[in-house]
Design a protein around this ligand. Sequence first.
Ligand code: NAI
Ligand code: MG
Length: 497
Amino acid sequence: MTTPLVDRTEAARAKALAWIQQGSKRLLIGGQWVTAASGKSFEVINPATEQLLCHVAEADSADVDAAVLAARKAFEASSWAAMSPHTRTRSLLRIADTIEAHIDELAAIESLDNGMPLWFAQGAVAATVDIFRYYAGWCTKVLGTTIPSDGSTLTYTLREPLGVCGQVIPWNVPVLMAAIKFANALCCGNTVILKPAELACLSSLRLAELVQETDLPPGVINVLPGFGPTAGAALAQHLDVDKIAFTGSTAVGKQIVRDATSNLKKVTLELGGKAPNVVFADADIEKAVQAAVKTFCSNSGQVCSAGTRLFVQESIHEQVAERVAQVAATWKVGDPFAADTRLGPLISARQRDRVREYIGVGQEGGAALRLGGNAWNGPGYFVEPTVFDNVKNNMRIAQEEIFGPVLSIIPFKNEDDAVLQGNDTTYGLSAAVWTKDVARAHKVVKALKAGRLWINTFGESDPAMAFGGYKQSGWGREFGQESIDAYTQTKSVMVRF
Ligand code: NAI
Ligand code: MG
């Protein structure tokens, strides 16, 4: 018999709260859970209630130094980097199994800390299981090449891990971000120091505990909750860190690049987006509308790949705009643990105020408010789905990443116009095209400057499908072959016979 949904939700929340309240939340360094060298800690707030959940040890540069030492030691020890790739595959598969056995608990921790609806968090945790299994398969497939020669030499290449990898992740879907970063680095034989975001770090700590329950050698993963300008910057600047991988805002991404020049560590960046979602008159309009609403409302719009610019061909513009507003109005805002909630709160009061300010900017700029526009004063940092119509692509609300449930609908004339306006942005993370015309679909996809494209769908993911940005949306790719390249380096060897 399956457990009724309500009981399952209650059980998950109770389990998550028990974990949150049990013991102090500390840093993971070299296999030990330790307090910060400074003795400092910071508050973790539930954004749905604004109540204190717990305190977490606050890492700064002294803890970064200790974690780098531990990660270096673990990397140099033959127990990890030099382990049989088959053994490493088994390790990652065991991690996947362990996470799978804790989906509801991890999801509830994520919901309490980040505010996302429980159903959304469950999907995110389930995706992390797939990601670990995907990268588990890569361990045995990190291949070098053999280079043609005249027979008097043998020349070949080896792909080797980079070493100690610093990883700084954001607060929007932390469990997924942590999993992507861990799995990608570990399958290639690196060791890692993860700095989760100060606004939502609990799922990373629980994930690390679960990983520790498997047989990973101490120091292979280290986790340092803390703030960006202190712990994050120390990691980016550190002379003995070989790579820094960052997901977050474009502004901080640029700072990371500057900091990484200290020792020319390798850098990969997954940054913001302002994705064009282009609907032609011949599209399946109902499907396009449902997807358009889902992409800007999911996780309350706090998604880098969200389709926040909805380009609609003029002849169907009125019809689509009306239907989008209708459907978005049914996306209920509320308690992340209620079964009918589609949008939880935003992450913080600051983020709520930021989004509120953008809603004001849209109205002052002359965009037509079709739906919503309200942000609660609390408790909880809630903002309702907000739809602006007749937006001009050069308005601030169409150019800047808002990271809230705010959609800009922009009419367009024809293919060329859609491409021109769609590409008129500093970002290039994702984009979608809706049409029944196969030739047009591929032509427009080819012309749009973004790293991940969809035709007649939006936001679907597969860990085998590369993810990353054109233009100021980032450097490098996660998932796929390129992500393996990004965590390894080439050594070329010549043998003379
Ligand atoms: P943020 O970029 O400051 O935070 C992301 C991570 O970077 C956090 O772990 C933070 O501690 C760290 N960080 C901050 N400053 C750092 C530094 N100097 N060195 C190293 N690490 C540092 O994002 P924030 O301020 O919380 O959000 C502001 C806006 O950024 C959002 O409204 C959104 O537009 C964008 N953003 C985009 C994300 C994405 O995935 N594309 C994720 C988070 C935010
Ligand atoms: Mg929080």
